[in-house]
Design a binder for this molecule. Structure first.
Ligand SMILES: [Fe+2]
Length: 286
């Protein structure tokens, strides 16, 4: 067979995992390149369900990068994966320098990946490499559903309101970590529409999460209080889906209409939890 042969069409099934969002995509081996029709059909399912779950995948790092690139432009990790050989793939892990579980996992607060960027992330791909026997779930809250559940007067009041997303704020707020000057310059606070319109579905959602600090054009305290109240409303149980990982799962989710968080519902001092993450760059929120 020639190396330039077109990939064969692949068929797959889509099985919803909850009434609100998330679906399993069954029948694809992600190591194989997708033909255009299959790629487009996967992307349509992604827009419809916001979280796609591909079971029993065995992709290496380069294979995950190749799979991700079929859907857009890869984004580098903020912390630049210091010391890692592949900057475009971030290893999410609870292992310490000695290679043993260090007792803590990161990203346990609600957030939308890279929301502090001028062009925040479009999608995140997360591949379960080593998982604890139970727990270590990832939870999603649907910001379409939260926006749609707001009273009409509240929706009207949000028109034109901008929210400041800041890497510096979320690091400081979360774990008291003061970001170095170079990171502050590389990722200055960024103002985005609070009610953003999805560039592909046209649906509106709330653009919130841990990087969201306060509202533009309002006193910090007042704007901060508003952000906290909205986030509490928007992440209520009824807007969420909890993903219970199986080894080999590849998740692909839409950061433009979801927030997510990791749940440390396992013994992180005993069990390793290692995932491979790639991200696609999005467009300026509007
Ligand atoms: Fe994340």
């Amino acid at each position: 067979m020639s190396m330039t042969a077109k990939p064969e069409a692949q068929s797959f099934d889509v099985r919803p995992l909850s009434p609100l969002m998330a679906a399993e995509v069954v029948g694809l081996d992600l190591r194989r390149p997708l033909d255009t029709a299959t790629r487009d059909a996967v992307y349509d399912a992604f827009l419809e369900y916001q979280v796609l779950v591909f079971r029993e995948q065995t992709l290496g790092k380069e294979e995950q990068i190749a799979f991700t690139e079929q859907f857009g432009t890869l984004e580098e990790h903020m912390a630049r994966n210091r010391g890692a050989e592949i900057a475009l793939l971030h290893v999410v892990s609870n292992l310490g320098p000695d290679g043993k579980p260090a007792g803590k996992i990161g990203s346990t607060g609600w957030h939308s990946d890279k929301s502090f960027r001028p062009l925040p992330s479009l999608a995140t791909f997360l591949h379960a490499v080593t998982m604890p026997p139970n727990g270590g779930d990832t939870c999603f809250a649907n910001m379409y559903a939260a926006y749609e559940a707001l009273p009409a007067a509240e929706k009207a009041a949000l028109e034109g309101v901008r929210v400041v997303h800041s890497w510096e704020h979320s690091r400081l707020h979360k774990d008291g970590y003061k970001v170095p000057e170079e990171d502050r310059i590389a990722a200055p606070p960024m103002s985005h529409p609070l009610a953003r319109t999805h560039p592909e579905t046209g649906r509106k959602s709330l653009f919130l999460g841990g990087h969201a600090s306060h509202l533009d054009g309002m006193s910090f305290d007042e704007g901060r209080a508003k952000v906290i109240a909205l986030e509490e409303f928007a992440t209520a149980e009824r807007f969420t889906y909890r993903h219970k990982w199986r080894k080999g799962d590849m998740l692909m989710w839409d950061n433009r209409c979801l927030v997510h968080r990791a749940d440390q519902n396992f013994d992180a001092a005993l069990f390793p939890r290692v995932l491979h993450r790639t991200c696609l760059r999005g467009t300026a929120p509007a």
